[in-house]
Design a protein around this ligand. Structure first.
Ligand SMILES: O=C(O)C(=O)Cc1ccccc1
Length: 335
């Protein structure tokens, strides 16, 4: 592993002070090994181990190991994002609840958080606008995607029964995903920053209910009255973001904008069709800075180390006003 240091061209075994550096690196790599054995799942860091000679990867891992094991998620505790973060990162990660998605992306961009976990898309409610807006605004990269089966519960305080409820609290996506069920309650709807924030807000109120997870209800000492209230099978995709671009994995994400003229979106996407690359997701959002301009969030089924993939993105750049490549990554499914 120390040989890797030589490959970067930064140091050689003859460089002055090298023995201290080697000792430190060996210690770090020891910690890395320990960390990897502690990982509970096959998160891509394990998958990426064979590529440890990649400088960018080592930098990516070492940031996590040496000074930034802070993993930000949408808090407070007991949100779906928290559940995903718990599944992905070891107990030694410093899981940090933040109050908005914007705060998570900013924290990662500024380097105060090593990683962030954000919801990006739901199969019923579509793109999570705040996540897309934050990816447009801040320069961060996507390292992993997780498809998570979300079962929604109607959560109440001990002693509340369904007829007592006249106010329902939750994240807009959770409300949207259980709208048929909620409309039968005849209760007013209150939107919150997260499902776990809803749990926090209903505590102690007999007439209030939250739409949240069973685990979240337990964490907050509340009672899941009915679970599985989603209108249809419900899946949310989460992204793990960091400051380092990944190039390995069968999906690649980018944000771009095209000139407002005939055929420009068609021409921007044509290279993917011509090169036989499938598009797995595309969303548009109004660009906040230019009225009636749009940003597009694109996910393709290709990997940046692949020649055709790079070519398609190069050609997209030729047509676009701008392209922000968010990197390649793989998708993990947790059902
Ligand atoms: O609010 C949460 O628990 C989140 O993590 C965001 C979210 C909201 C609704 C469904 C899935 C994720």
């Amino acid at each position: 592993m120390v040989i890797f240091i030589k490959n970067t061209g930064i140091l050689s075994r003859e460089s002055p002070g090298i023995s201290e550096v080697i000792t430190r690196v060996e210690k770090d790599l020891g910690e890395l090994k320990e960390l990897l054995t502690r990982y509970r799942t096959s998160i891509s860091i394990i998958d990426l181990m064979p590529m440890i000679h990649e400088p960018s990867l080592t930098k990516f891992i070492s940031e996590f190991l040496m000074n930034n094991n802070k993993v930000a998620y949408l808090g407070p505790e007991g949100s779906y994002s928290h559940e995903v973060a718990l599944q992905l990162f070891s107990k030694n990660a410093d899981l940090t609840p933040l109050k908005s998605i914007g705060d998570i992306v900013k924290c990662v961009y500024q380097g105060d958080c090593g990683f962030g976990v954000i919801p990006i898309e739901n199969n019923q409610a579509g793109v999570v606008g705040e996540s897309m807006d934050s990816l447009v605004k801040w320069g961060v990269y996507v390292n992993h995607a997780v498809e998570y089966k979300v079962s929604l519960c109607l959560v109440v305080n001990e002693g509340t029964n369904i007829n007592d409820i006249n106010e329902v609290y939750s994240h807009p996506h959770a409300i949207n995903e259980a709208l048929n069920f909620i409309s039968r309650l005849n209760a007013s709807i209150n939107y919150t920053q997260s499902t776990s924030e809803a749990l926090r807000l209903i505590k102690g109120y007999r007439h209030k209910a939250a739409i949240a997870s069973r685990i979240g209800a337990e964490i907050h000492g509340l009672r899941p009255l009915i679970c599985g209230i989603e209108d249809n099978p419900n899946y949310t995709r989460f992204l793990v973001i960091s400051r380092h671009m990944g190039r390995i994995g069968d999906r690649t994400m980018a944000i771009f904008s095209v000139p407002n003229k005939p055929g420009s979106l068609f021409n921007a996407l044509k290279p993917f069709a011509d090169l036989g690359i499938n598009l797995s997701m595309i969303y548009s959002r109004p660009n906040r800075a230019s009225p009636w301009g749009y940003d597009f969030l694109l996910e393709t089924e290709c990997q940046l180390t692949n020649e055709a993939c790079r070519r398609a993105f190069d050609e997209l750049s030729d047509m676009a006003v701008y392209v922000k490549l968010l990197g390649s990554y793989s998708i993990m499914r947790i059902y």
